[in-house]
Design a protein around this ligand. Structure first.
Ligand code: RBF
Length: 212
């Protein structure tokens, strides 16, 4: 049971978290205090508790303009998640690029700038009548993954690849959650995980950490 819902259009109740998140051995629950409880699902439920918050971390959102009506809803979802988790509003920067194909390079530059703890990539790719869909989707996915591995900065994949507009619509806040909200939530989880597990500190506001 996930008590958090994301329903900007008021079309009904559904979970903000996708099935893969629900299937994981971690339970998420949002609190009004702007923190997420992360609980390991064990027979001793409640004993392994960690809490995470976006406070003090800096986030870039890289979003395409192609399919703008849908992508704008992903951006709203991402902003909403970060606000719920107490991110500073001036710690979020939005970069718009023409299409999803351009997301990886902009995300790489954002990650390399040293100004962000995580980069949230948002786009909508809809299958058309030509093979472009395959090429753009594959290159966008590969490029975002490569940028994350190259820089060591968590890059979140909030790019919808859909057969048609209805499918994309469902994933941009109508029936199947909002992939922007989910990507931003995952970003906050990761920056907290990396700080806890590997001691990666948040980047001080206004101080760029250059490439070494
Ligand atoms: N960009 C998207 O983000 N989503 C799309 O569904 C999409 N479809 C495209 C279909 C065609 C035939 C072309 C030529 C481009 C498409 N793009 C799409 C734009 C692409 O990501 C990129 O911005 C442009 O190709 C310019 O490099």
């Amino acid at each position: 049971m996930v008590p958090c819902s994301y329903d900007p259009r008021g079309t009904g109740c559904y979970h903000a978290l996708s099935s893969w998140q629900l299937a994981r051995p971690l339970l998420y629950s949002f609190r009004t205090s702007g923190q997420i409880n992360l609980r390991l699902e064990t027979s001793q439920a409640g004993t392994d508790q960690a809490t995470f918050s976006a406070r003090g971390f800096r986030f870039a959102i890289v979003a395409s303009r192609w399919n703008d009506a849908l992508v704008s809803r992903l951006i709203d979802g991402a902003r909403d998640a970060l606000a719920k988790l107490s991110a500073d509003q001036n710690a979020i920067e939005l970069f718009r690029v023409p299409g999803s194909f351009e997301i990886p390079l902009c995300a790489l530059k954002a990650a390399e700038s040293g100004r962000f703890d995580a980069v949230i990539c948002l786009g909508v790719i809809i299958r058309g009548e030509t093979p472009h869909f395959e090429y753009i989707a594959a290159e966008t996915t590969r490029g975002i993954g490569a940028a994350g591995l190259k820089t060591g900065v968590p890059l979140l994949f909030g790019v919808i690849t859909a057969e048609n507009e209805d499918q994309a619509n469902d994933r941009a806040g109508v029936k199947l959650g909002n992939k922007g909200f989910e990507a931003a939530t995952a970003a906050v989880e990761l920056v907290n995980l990396y700080r806890e597990a590997f001691g990666t500190e948040p980047r001080p506001v206004g101080v760029a950490r250059g490439r070494s």
